[in-house]
Write a protein that binds this ligand. Structure first.
Ligand code: ATP
Length: 774
């Protein structure tokens, strides 16, 4: 219950009247407001102060007790960072009457307020909060008014009460919001009965916090919920390594390790028993000796089912071989090229298949084939591939999409056709769902998904749900690149299943134009790199340097490029890891000073670990589909506004992502970092004219074949490796031994084996292709 006293769990408080709210993010319940200081035990003497934190709803003119700490903002001086708060409820009769008859409670005038206080006494508020039926004792108070009063009180005080309670366990307001959203008034009783329930229900709630609360509540170390929460936590953690499931034994071992305690002897059997109980409750799914979180099990299951649904349907229009050959031949004439054998097969196969995969390293002609497929499809179906000839975008029969903004942009540039991100295509609703799904599917005839190796099982499932039965699909990717950041390895599993037709383009066309970069990429693929392969060429240099010379070497290359008139925007430095004296963080610091030094004419702001300055090159670290920017997008800081310079009255940093301006507030700064040097993982799906790639033994544990392959294939015109040849050669020979646990391949076999056996046409000439007749 709210009181006028200091929260015993925190050191400081400020009692204040809310003057006005400067900024509010409804989605996160984050706000910044100005208050009039009425009382405080903090070392603060001014009349008012800006407070910031996660509040459910603060009312102007209402009085609150804010608990938290003073924080000095670089530009705006002292602010109060609130960790919990409560509406100040007076405890004198007069104060209470004034409070209940205030604007906060509609329909309660002074007289009614007096009656309430006379009947229920000076602790009327806590009585109502405990049991709103007490209001029936108030003479003449109508039921509806009583209900409205009780509801308003609950709404205003429910969250605060819970937030104060949670703060004593170090749970901040942001997490408290999530908890309140899930349990409402039950939040405290859930925590008291079983804090581990939070691990199950609240995204991001750590096992250790639940464990500490449970210890202080005296819950036993072998409490079933403790082991259960341990299981959920372990499974959630493993998603970060890309696993879709864990073998039960592996999970049991990891859980036993997590729950280790001198007074506890936890056997694997105890964990397995618990997993079985969780399975009954559908909190986990046990299948074939493996354990899954339900969202992943159903994503794999849903994806496999939709894939089966799709490929079980026939292709709408089967074109006779001779006609198809003529159409492809005509396209060759138009494009003035002659498709290679594999390329020809790829076009033919793609037109005949409901779903096909096209893979191939750089310069093998994937884009050339995609264009061939689209043109041939248009010809067969008597359609135009020119979007300008359709009344609306939804009438256009071709859909081109990719998982990131940069990859979609590249696809658009290389094909000359509209292309969007998968999130945009499906209509991300800004929260957790897509507008396009099994109920409202995509419209169009032919779908091309580029950079499919980056698509995780969740996104693959969402995409395939939305594909209608009559659509044909081409998945394009490079199987030698890094797998998706999210769980699964969808492209690799589809290829390994051997159920989906695929063509892997091997012949390199761009190499014929004399590209050492492409030659090196293909040598990596074929495990054929040796020291000779690293000799300098016109588009490739290897600058020898040690770990502590990396920054000097990178700086030298950039300075030289600058003096030769190269636009520095065309250069991208990328490295495998953030830490180390040659890591991304250090390189960024040096390059910022080199490329965009401080100047009195450029505004800058200091964040916890960096300075952002107008002109800085920055990298987006998370997907922000609502702004149409994605993890890996690169932009430039174009403006910094101070609090009093914009209508929102808040400091803002504006980043231009190739023509799209996105405004960041201080709480969003964690979503960007400097991009003078970016991680190889973040470079996936992007290409740059010139890549500078430091590779030294200090990165050893990161240096794997697929990482280095991904890195070097990002460069279009020129690649400069700075470092140690032995580190590079060792890296390209090291396979990524971190096998991802996924069961998509098996799911596909279960569903598709039966279809294939029953549908194999008699006497099919497997080896024969139209190309053989040419
Ligand atoms: N059959 C062919 N005959 C002649 N040139 C070709 C042929 N196929 C592709 N090319 C040329 O090879 C180059 C690379 O082709 P394309 O861009 O289609 O490959 P890609 O696999 O998409 O490459 P990347 O993955 O590097 O973007 C282009 O200049 C293209 O015109």
């Amino acid at each position: 219950m709210a009181t006028d006293g200091q929260n015993p769990q925190t050191d400081g408080y400020i009692k204040g009247e809310l003057l006005h709210t400067i900024f509010r993010n409804e989605h996160e319940n984050f706000s910044i407001s100005k208050i009039k200081v009425l009382d405080t035990n903090e070392d603060y003497t001014n009349k008012d102060i800006v407070i910031k934190g996660y509040f459910s709803d603060l009312q102007e003119t209402a009085v609150y007790n804010f608990y938290g700490s003073l924080e000095r903002h670089a530009k705006f001086g002292l602010q109060y960072k609130v960790t919990s708060y409560q509406t100040f409820v007076p405890d004198t009769k007069e104060g209470l009457i004034a409070y209940l008859s205030s604007d906060m409670f509609h329909g309660i005038g002074k007289k009614t307020a007096e009656k309430i206080v006379d009947t229920l006494g000076e602790n009327a508020i806590s009585k109502i909060l405990n049991d709103s039926n007490v209001l029936s004792e108030v003479p003449g108070l109508k039921k509806e008014k009583a209900k409205l009063l009780a509801d308003t009180l609950k709404e205003n005080q429910g969250f605060e009460h819970i937030a104060v309670y949670l703060s004593k366990y170090g749970i901040g307001l942001k997490m408290a919001q999530k908890i309140y959203k899930e349990y409402k008034d039950e939040a405290i009783s859930v925590l008291q009965e079983d804090p581990y329930q939070y691990v199950f229900d609240i995204d991001g709630f750590g096992f250790q916090t639940a464990d500490e609360i449970a210890r202080s509540n005296g819950l036993s170390l072998t409490h079933p919920s403790r082991i259960g929460a341990g299981c959920i936590y372990v499974l959630q953690k493993n998603i970060q390594d890309g696993h879709v499931f864990l073998p039960i034994e592996t999970c049991a071992r990891q859980v036993a390790y997590l729950l280790v305690h001198p007074e506890l002897k936890l056997t694997n059997d105890m964990v397995v028993n618990r997993l079985e109980a969780l399975n009954k409750e559908k909190d986990v799914i046990l299948a074939d000796g493996n354990v899954y979180l339900p969202s992943l099990y159903y994503a794999e299951d849903g994806f496999a089912s939709n894939l089966k649904r799709l490929i079980s349907k026939p292709v709408e229009h089967e074109t006779p071989t001779a006609e198809l050959m003529k159409i492809i031949g005509d396209i060759e004439e138009e494009e003035i090229l002659s498709y290679g054998k594999e390329q020809f097969e790829a076009i033919e196969q793609a037109l005949r298949s409901k779903l096909m995969i096209l893979t191939g390293g750089p310069g093998t002609g994937k884009t050339t084939v995609v264009k061939g497929i689209l043109n041939a499809y248009a010809e067969i179906h008597d359609l135009s591939s020119d979007p300008g000839e359709y009344d609306s975008a939804s009438d256009y029969p071709f859909i081109l999409t990719a998982p990131t903004g940069r990859a979609a942009k590249r696809l658009k540039e290389s094909t000359g056709l509209p292309a969007v991100t998968i999130h945009r295509l499906l209509g991300w609703d800004g929260q957790s769902g897509f507008e396009k799904n099994e109920h409202e599917q995509l419209t169009g005839k032919y779908l091309i998904v580029d950079e499919f190796s980056m698509v995780d099982i969740w996104l693959a499932n969402s995409l395939f749900k939305a594909i209608p039965d009559d659509m044909q699909v081409l998945l394009v990717g490079d199987e030698d690149q890094l797998p998706s950041v999210g769980p699964g390895q969808v492209l690799a599993d589809l290829l390994a299943s051997e159920h989906i037709p695929y063509i892997s383009l091997q012949d390199v066309y761009r190499q014929k134009e004399g590209s050492k970069i492409i030659e090196l990429a293909h040598m990596i693929k074929q495990d054929a790199v040796d020291q000779r392969a690293l000799q300098n060429d016109k588009d490739f240099s290897f600058i020898h340097c040690s770990t502590h010379q990396v920054i000097e070497a990178v700086t030298m290359v950039i300075e030289r490029a600058g003096t030769k008139g190269v636009d520095l925007k065309n250069i991208q430095v990328m490295a495998p890891m953030y830490r180390s004296e040659a890591g991304i963080t250090m390189i960024n610091q040096h390059l910022q000073t080199l490329i965009n030094p401080p100047s009195s004419s450029k505004r800058e702001i200091q964040t916890t670990d960096a300075v952002f300055r107008v002109g800085d090159k920055v990298l987006q670290l998370v997907n922000q589909p609502e702004d149409n920017i994605y993890n890996g997008d690169i932009g430039e800081v174009v403006a910094i506004f101070e609090e009093d310079e914009n209508v929102d009255n808040i400091e803002q940093l504006v980043v231009d992502f190739e023509g799209k301006e996105v405004v960041y507030e201080r709480k969003d700064y964690v979503n960007i970092t400097h991009a003078y040097c970016i991680s190889i993982h973040k470079s996936q799906g992007s290409e740059f004219p010139i890549v500078i790639l430091p590779i030294v033994s200090a990165y050893n544990r990161m240096l794997k074949k697929n990482l280095l392959y991904t890195a070097i294939t990002r460069s279009k015109k020129s690649l400069i490796i700075c470092g140690q040849q032995h580190a590079f050669l060792r890296g390209v020979q090291t396979l990524d031994s971190n096998k991802r646990f996924t069961s998509l391949k098996k799911q596909l076999h279960e569903r598709l084996d039966a279809i294939e056996e029953s549908e194999q046409p008699i006497g099919e000439e497997e080896e024969m292709t139209p190309y053989d007749f040419m």
